[in-house]
Write a new protein. Sequence first.
Length: 67
Amino acid sequence: MDVQASDFEARLRPLDRAKTYLVYCRTGNRSRGAIQTMERLGFRSVFHMTEGIVGWQRQKLPLSRSS
């Protein structure tokens, strides 16, 4: 989901707030805002990939893309 989209908050609303979510973006900046919104909406288990995909790749961790 795009945190900068005008309907971002509306797209979060139907999600189960009791589930666990990992939030990430390219560098961790936009995802920080997404997490703030999610916490405000009552999501209880949200993890932040603080350095984003860039940090993940810098650590040479595996990355795959779904088709």
